[in-house]
Design a binder for this molecule. Structure first.
Ligand code: FAD
Length: 427
């Protein structure tokens, strides 16, 4: 158990009642209850804390501080070097395990994971997405659908030493994810997988892979099944590592499966349920990407305002003192806070047990738009110094582009949002 999370344990046990309620998230409000049982509603809300949506609990606040310190001390000195080399530094990955951040969702819950993902992205969105995919898509899949023996075998490894990847996309199936072509067949006491995957995050660092393959193509997407593979399983190979525009330190790879044998105990959940698992995980994962993009926007904003309000003078005054600059800076911060509100509302809604599909899609969509806008403006606020690779402004902007693409493009988020709304407004 990592030192920083161990340090948070006493705080967890000594929580006040109010912060415990905040951890559990606001209870879902029911208009029907309000109409039918006014008196009941009064007692229902009595004593409930009415706090800002992104007010953190005591232990979340401690986590945020610990992640911020780790980001400044360990990640920041390596950000530029990792981007140029297009690799994740081993010491950074080891640090994530040591700090307990690769098991943060198990230890402290979903909203805490969101806090950590946001805080990491403030310094490096590549490190943030490594931690995000591992926690929200991989660890979460084992927790929700893993058999007892799969959990016992893999969760301790995932928490302490082995990174994980989530393998859904393929060359011919991106937005239309369930048109995947990778096939699994039963053989002997297990399964054999043939096919390939594309765009797989963390593939270079990972040891454990969740692979979605179709076990019964005649049933269409209802044949999709999730399997667990390890990097050293015969038939598994990394065919190519992509060279990218942004988040360059995060590995993105093409995988090939050539008669990849999966022992029968390495099926995740039930046959034919893979599409449901993927939908559920991606709904949650989108809140993580929203947090990544919010952290990125804040990091870009802070990087630029430090320069504009402390360093650069033109016409005898700091450039950030010009009204034209101040208004842009203030407007950008408003947008970041709005994105954060959507992200934390989605996270707390999920934690409350209520349906959060639309909230997650809105958070991811808007946070990625804000990240793109703010990081782009931040380059301009810094003039030439925003454009060179000496600083980090240009990197934040390049990194922001991915927010509108992975875990469902912006159009796919808009599609989801409009479908939920249409249902609500159709007679
Ligand atoms: C860096 C990176 C990391 C990734 N990591 C992973 C990972 O770890 N695991 C994984 O499984 N996948 C991963 N992906 C894949 C990612 O989820 C897909 O790229 C994404 O879903 C989009 O698919 P596509 O690239 O095939 O684009 P396409 O689906 O070809 O879309 C191209 C354009 O068409 C639009 N479009 C498509 N269909 C519609 C529609 N019905 N209505 C309106 N517009 C539409 C899209 O919005 C987009 O603008 C990653 C991708 C990248 C780039």
């Amino acid at each position: 158990m990592a030192a920083s999370l161990r340090a948070l344990r006493p705080a967890l046990s000594g929580l006040s009642r109010a912060s415990r309620t905040a951890v559990a998230g606001p209870r879902a409000f029911s208009p029907a209850l309000a109409l039918n049982a006014g008196r009941q509603i009064r007692s229902f809300t009595d004593g409930m804390p009415h706090t800002p949506v992104f007010q953190l609990t005591e232990e979340e606040e401690m986590l945020k501080e610990a992640v911020s310190k780790f980001s400044q001390d360990v990640i920041l000195p390596k950000v530029r070097e990792m981007d140029e080399a297009e690799t994740m530094d081993k010491a950074v990955l080891e640090g994530l395990f040591e700090q307990g951040l690769m098991s943060v969702e198990i230890e402290m819950g979903f909203t805490a994971a969101i806090v950590a993902i946001e805080e990491l992205a403030r310094v490096d969105p590549s490190v943030s997405v490594l931690c995000d995919v591992h926690n929200t898509l991989v660890v979460q899949a084992f927790r929700k659908w893993g058999s007892k023996s799969l959990k016992e075998k893999y969760l301790p490894r995932l928490a302490t030493e082995s990174c994980g990847s989530f393998c859904l996309s393929e060359p011919a199936s991106g937005s239309d994810a369930f048109a995947l072509q990778t096939k699994a067949v039963k053989k002997g006491d297990g399964y054999v997988i043939n096919g390939s995957k594309m765009w797989i995050t963390n593939a270079m660092e990972s040891e454990i892979f969740i692979i979605f393959a179709n076990l019964n193509p005649d049933a269409g997407y209802k044949g999709i099944t999730a399997f667990i593979a390890e990097k050293n399983f015969p038939g598994f190979s990394i065919a190519k590592k992509e060279k990218k525009l942004g988040i360059k330190a995060s590995s993105t790879c093409v995988l090939n499966f050539d008669d990849l044998y999966i022992p029968k105990e390495n099926i995740l959940g039930e046959e034919g349920q893979g599409y449901k698992y993927a939908i559920g995980l991606l709904n949650e994962g989108r809140i993580g990407i929203g947090a990544q993009m919010t952290g990125l926007a804040l990091g870009a904003w802070e990087n630029a305002v430090k320069y504009c309000w402390n360093e650069r003078k033109q016409f005898g005054r700091l450039i950030g003192e010009n009204q034209g600059m101040r208004f842009h800076i203030a407007q950008a911060r408003v947008e970041i806070e709005a994105a954060r509100a959507l992200v934390y509302n989605a996270a707390r809604t999920k934690a409350s047990g209520a349906n959060f599909v639309m909230e997650a899609a809105m958070a991811k969509l808007y946070a990625s738009q804000v990240a793109g806008r703010v990081s782009g403006q931040a380059v301009e606020w810094m003039g030439g110094m925003g454009f060179v690779r000496e600083g980090l402004a240009e990197k934040y902007w390049r990194d922001s582009k991915i927010g509108a693409i992975y875990e469902g493009t912006s159009n796919i988020q808009l599609d989801t949002i409009s479908k939920v709304l249409q249902k609500q407004y159709t007679n």
